[in-house]
Design a protein around this ligand. Structure first.
Ligand code: ADP
Ligand code: MG
Length: 283
């Protein structure tokens, strides 16, 4: 299922002194099964862009074409789009409301009109993939959980709808390093096991370096870089000029290279750095 965004522009509070062009003529295509990281400084337009992909926001101009259907046209049902495109908002744990975890995760699938059996199997699968033991947690109140666990319940609720595209808006915001790593590894499992197209919004290069197959960099409502991580991380100057940084290990290995060590220039994960450094040290 491909997503085509054509000349998309979104202006908030048009015609007022507070008018703000949040998306400025963006064109891009996302292919089936891609793992995209959407990166940019706060205010660059990431949340505005993704809310167009499930029809939550309407563009001022431009088109969003999903599965060959222009979802901005009048007769398109939003419910049909939301079956295909699942969106996990920033801080989704604030939207938990049911008395048990099982009921909370069941909410979306119930609205799809699935059988009880199908709903139950989806809940189990979704909980398993976000690392929550079904028997242990199903009857607990979501409000008894830690911040990271609550967030995993919220993600499971969207996953249980089994959308073809899953968009997550800053899913690691405000979590401690362990919580962050858990969520990121859940997302990686989702991509693998459900074959979902993933769009992961983040302002941390560190988070996405290992996961994404493609990185889109937003700045002032435009998409200024688009490519594989290896090519994006070579653009250190451009990234820094828009308030972003490459991963710490990339700086470290660059410094070592500047000092004369024979180290590859394309390192952006700790694992790669370890391998490369051990190679150099053994010589
Ligand atoms: N509801 C809104 N009303 C007015 N301006 C908004 C609204 N939401 C976002 N903006 C503005 O639009 C721009 C893009 O915001 P947003 O898409 O939230 O960026 P990001 O998710 O990258 O932080 C920012 O300048 C922001 O202040
Ligand atoms: Mg945002």
């Amino acid at each position: 299922m491909s997503i085509k965004i054509e000349n998309l522009t979104h202006i908030y509070m048009k015609g007022t002194p507070f008018e703000k062009k949040a998306i400025d003529n963006v064109t891009l295509e996302i292919k089936d099964g891609e793992f995209i990281a959407l990166i940019g400084h706060t205010g660059s337009g990431k949340s505005t862009l993704i809310q167009h992909i499930n029809g939550l926001l309407k563009p001022d101009s431009g088109k969003i074409i999903i599965d060959n259907v222009d979802i901005t046209s009048k007769n398109v049902k939003l419910s049909a789009i939301r079956k295909k495109v699942g969106l996990v908002f920033q801080y989704p744990e604030y939207q938990l409301f049911e008395e048990t975890i099982e009921k909370d995760i069941a909410f979306g699938p119930k609205n799809l009109g699935l059988s009880e059996e199908e709903i139950s199997s989806r809940i189990k699968r979704a909980m398993n993939i976000v690392g929550l033991d079904y028997e242990k947690y199903k009857d607990k109140s979501p409000f008894e959980l830690s911040g990271g666990q609550k967030r995993r319940v919220a993600i499971a609720g969207v996953v249980a709808m089994e959308p073809q595209v899953l968009i997550l808006d800053e899913p690691t915001a405000g979590l401690d390093p362990k919580g962050r790593d858990d969520i990121l590894s859940n997302i990686s499992d989702l991509h693998r096991e459900y074959n979902m197209t993933i769009i992961l919004v983040s302002h941390s290069m560190e988070d996405v370096a290992k996961l994404a197959s493609r990185i889109l960099v937003m700045h002032h409502g435009k998409c200024i870089l688009d490519g594989e991580p290896i090519n994006i991380f070579r653009e250190i100057d451009t990234l820094e000029s828009v308030g972003l940084a490459v991963p710490q290990v990339t700086y470290l290995t660059k410094k070592l290279r500047d000092k004369g060590f024979n180290i590859s220039g394309d390192i952006f994960t700790i694992e790669q750095a370890k391998k490369e450094l051990l190679k150099v040290l053994k010589k």
